[in-house]
Write a protein that binds this ligand. Structure first.
Ligand code: NI
Length: 194
């Protein structure tokens, strides 16, 4: 059992669903009554909550800019999928929330997110604010010491789709292809919800 699975088990969560490799590339059903709430600071220094995006879909990913592999892969997929959706993609706000506020300041996030899509917003905050947001989404991470005396994070890697009411519509597992993600988003864009 890896650390994420052990932590998930301790938290009483479905560990299988929380591993980045679980159901690679698949769309996972979510509790559509739950709200993806947060109060954080965007990469321009503006305080934002999910209410600021009312009326728009949100595509939310939790990670950290030092992530060597998982984050860049999924963020690239999000950018490519949104471009593939063309005009319809404009109804979706891509959001990256850091799990590493110690290193990922607004300035660091501004430089990072623009590599993946011009409309990407990077969000950071205090450790407590990040913890609250992660809890609302069921995103978890473990901090690990690295050999050079620094640290890294193991983290869950789902791309969450929220509807215009900021309630969950779907979660997509790490490893999804841009075409699959675009198709999944497109299906939800056509569904007005409640
Ligand atoms: Ni990552």
């Amino acid at each position: 059992m890896n650390r994420i699975a052990a932590l998930a088990a301790a938290l009483g969560m479905a560990a299988a669903l929380l591993q980045p490799s679980a159901g690679a590339g698949s769309e996972i059903a979510v509790d559509r009554s739950a709200r993806g709430s947060f109060s954080l600071v965007d990469h321009t220094g503006r305080r934002v909550t999910e209410r600021d995006f009312r009326g728009r879909f949100m595509l939310v990913f939790f990670g950290f800019t030092f992530c060597p592999d998982v984050c860049p892969t999924d963020l690239q997929t999000i950018g490519t999928a949104l471009n593939a959706l063309g005009a319809a993609g404009r109804r979706v706000q891509p959001i990256f929330i850091t799990l590493d506020p110690e290193r990922d300041t607004a300035e660091v996030l501004a430089r990072y997110v623009r590599h993946f899509h011009p409309r990407f917003l990077g969000l950071t905050g205090t450790a407590d604010e990040i913890a609250l947001a992660a809890q609302a989404f069921g995103a978890i991470h473990v901090k690990l010491a690295t050999r050079d005396g620094g640290y890294s994070l193991d983290h869950t890697a789902f791309t969450y789709l929220l509807g215009p009411d900021a309630r969950f519509r779907a979660a997509f597992a790490h490893g999804i292809e841009p075409g699959q993600l675009a198709a999944g988003i497109s299906r939800h864009l056509a569904d007005p919800g409640r």
